[in-house]
Write a protein of this length. Structure first.
Ligand SMILES: [Zn+2]
Ligand SMILES: [Zn+2]
Ligand SMILES: [Zn+2]
Length: 352
């Protein structure tokens, strides 16, 4: 049994059930065709006006937005729209700080729920995306975090991606989602508390410590001067991996152009290795970010990628203890061998 670096969460490494990663490869089911994609170019009127969009103008990338009435912009590169069915909505009064939680067990679902359409090309998912386009997606994440972080009622921002129907993607067009909330979600709060306690006891950041240990471990998948990718010691999913920046920072707002570029490359090559190895499996990924300035010394942002290769059943769901049939050491070994370098990178010219 292994315990998570920070969470009080255990996983059984059930290697006697051992399976090779390739055993998880499933035949691809054809996506249902015929339905009109509301995220494709030309169908902008099927979605709300864009809160933010990038477009190319005079050879430069420009950041703008749709007007609330009238024609929607068609020549966009990345488009951010409000979710048509939001789980969280802004308060009636934008400056409102109170009333988000009325008492200990009742609150309003105050926040924002947005969709980032990652490309005009329906199938431009990160594993196959052109690097400059993937850089723009990451710049869009950063731009949205910068805007949402400034709202007085926003306490936490979750950026996540569902890929494949089994991972919860109802539309196949390449997209991510952002949910900003007025409360801090359970797992993030547990990481914040545990990293704070570690820092108090040891005088350093637990993630900086993990980077140092995992860079020398058999769980290392790839690294460059800016990012490290490894299969976490107590992975609860087969083929799970995390991407962690080497530079200590609590969230993504201060990433510079080189770091954005390095992150795009790391994300693409890691997801491409997963795609090649297990026949393009469904997955979810989620950024863990801390917004509160008080967390800046002890919290360290990262991206957790959860391939959806096994089904959590009665034991996992009813207890919160997990069974994983592939050790992170095997995951790392297979992904490491499947990584292919990507071609030369072109830095895009967005001013963030
Ligand atoms: Zn589409
Ligand atoms: Zn750190
Ligand atoms: Zn985390």
């Amino acid at each position: 049994m292994r315990k998570d670096y920070l969470l009080n969460r255990w996983v059984v490494m059930a290697t006697e059930r051992s399976r090779r990663p390739t055993d998880f490869a499933k035949p691809k089911t054809e996506a249902a065709k015929g339905a009109v994609c509301p995220m494709c170019v030309g169908n902008e009127n099927m979605t709300p006006p864009a809160l933010m969009l990038y477009l190319k103008e005079d050879g430069k990338i420009k950041k703008t937005q749709d007007l609330l009435v009238g024609e929607r912009t068609k020549n966009w590169l990345v488009r951010c729209i409000p979710n048509l069915y939001p789980a969280f909505s802004p308060p009636d009064q934008p400056q409102e700080k109170t009333r988000t939680v009325t008492n200990e067990c009742l609150g309003y679902a105050v926040g924002h729920h947005e969709v980032i359409i990652e490309s005009p090309n329906h199938d431009e998912n990160p594993a196959d995306a052109e690097l400059p386009q993937l850089e723009r997606v990451i710049l869009a994440y950063i731009d949205r975090v910068k805007e949402l972080i400034a709202k007085p009622y926003v306490k936490s921002i979750s950026i996540f991606r569902n890929y494949g129907q089994q991972a919860g993607a109802s539309l196949t067009h390449a997209h991510s989602q952002i949910i900003a909330t007025s409360t801090i979600p359970l797992i993030l709060q547990a990481e914040l508390d545990a990293s704070k306690a570690f820092c108090k006891k040891n005088g350093k950041c637990v993630f900086c410590d993990i980077i140092e240990r995992e860079s020398k471990s058999p769980r290392l998948i790839q690294e460059d001067s800016d990012f490290i990718v490894f299969a976490p010691y107590a992975s609860i999913n087969p083929m799970e991996f995390w991407i962690v920046p080497k530079k200590h920072a609590a969230n993504i707002v201060d990433l510079d152009a080189d770091e954005v570029s390095a992150f795009a490359k790391t994300l693409k090559t890691s997801l491409k290795a997963l795609k090649d190895l297990v026949n393009d499996p469904p997955y979810n990924y989620g950024f863990h970010l801390a917004l509160n300035k008080k967390a800046k010394d002890h919290y360290h942002w990262h991206l957790e990628v959860y391939p959806k290769l096994s089904i959590w059943a009665g034991f996992e769901i009813s207890t919160g203890t997990y069974i994983n049939t592939i050790t992170p050491e095997t995951t790392a070994d297979c992904l490491r061998k499947a990584i292919k370098p990507c071609g030369p990178n072109f830095i895009s010219s967005i001013s963030v």
